[in-house]
Design a binder for this molecule. Sequence first.
Ligand code: CTP
Length: 414
Amino acid sequence: MLKGKTVLLGVTGSIAAYKTASLASALKKLNADVYVLMTPNAVNFINPITFETLTGNKCLSDTFDRNFEYSVEHVSLAKKADVVMIAPASANVIGKIAHGIADDMLTTTVMACRCKKIIAPAMNTNMFENPIVQDNIDTLKRYGYEVISPAVGYLACGDTGAGKMPDPELLLEYILQETVCEKDMRGLRVLVTAGPTREKIDPVRYITNHSTGKMGYAVAKTCARRGAEVTLVSGQTALKAPEFVKTVQITSAKEMFDEVTARAQEQDIIIKAAAVADYRPKYVSAEKIKKHDVKADVTGSAQTDMAVLELERTDDILAYLGEHKKQGQFLCGFAMETQDLLENARKKLKKKHLDMIVANSLREEGAGFGGDTNVVTLITEDEEVSLGKMSKEETASHILDKILARMARRQREE
Ligand code: CTP
């Protein structure tokens, strides 16, 4: 994923320095070329040999070390870098960079870098809240540095508060956000829906479906990595809300309808991957329905144990969006079928006034609910493109490529 990318990791003197080893390792597993730069204080917290073993590159801390491969190491590294992350960033290094002080390998290299720089402060809460540190952080932000808010929790010094370095998984997300995709969706506002809806029967029970939300989440995440401003309206899933996406959690089809339609007019693209209930119980009982409370059909002994649940139609959100589509907006639906896939999907494309529908069959191996792969056909008014079995992330990329190509074509024709 990061092949050909150079990541510089700056490590300063903070107890959180040990966590950066996992980050270096994760980056290396994604094939990044990783260089770790340490301040002289950082080497008191973690041995450079750890980073050298994990990255396969010399760990740099002393500007005047004469065993360098290049003549002016900090400048050549700065030129190669696709992204720099300083994690953990101490109050000291934040202050130095904010004031243009470059007196060691880390600060001189950062000063020479033109790429994106991300800072993850980690320190005692009182230090972090000190107005001088806060001013320095604001200065860095003003100069285009991205500053990750520290996590709140129990700190190594025994205090509790803001100052913890976020987990390596989150730091990795920031690096991926910066490096893995071309920002070809910058300036576009995208709304994605994902997951199942739940329709209440009583306080204990509900009707739902097998959707896990994986496909919609992959679409939302990929849109964000490509630079779009993304809102994800999600049913209840086990998935973690993606970073760099505004996630709105809903439960029922009605809530999804309200949240989606309230935002629809601001969107350039709407992608409806959610599995929305078509029916909901007509009456929701305020109390738990007891067995004998159920309206049983007791006309014959064979039916004594039957219960009848009256259902009413929910609103079709996508059909509503199709009818109220704003000029230039791109509307993409999904069709999950068990039979006559393409025929049914084509009907939905027309009926709901969509620009594209992503058809997938529950019958196809590697497609459908829950798995990490999908097999889909992208259907537009005059094109049908069948994609082979691939990860949901790759499927998401193809869907977005097609949407952007169609939007560009539409603009050319206008
Ligand atoms: N959809 C929606 N609101 C609904 C039902 C469906 O917005 N109340 C959207 C889904 O998010 C999906 C598309 O419509 O993008 C197609 O959903 P699907 O369940 O395949 O089809 P339906 O239109 O519900 O038709 P049927 O259940 O009869 O196949």
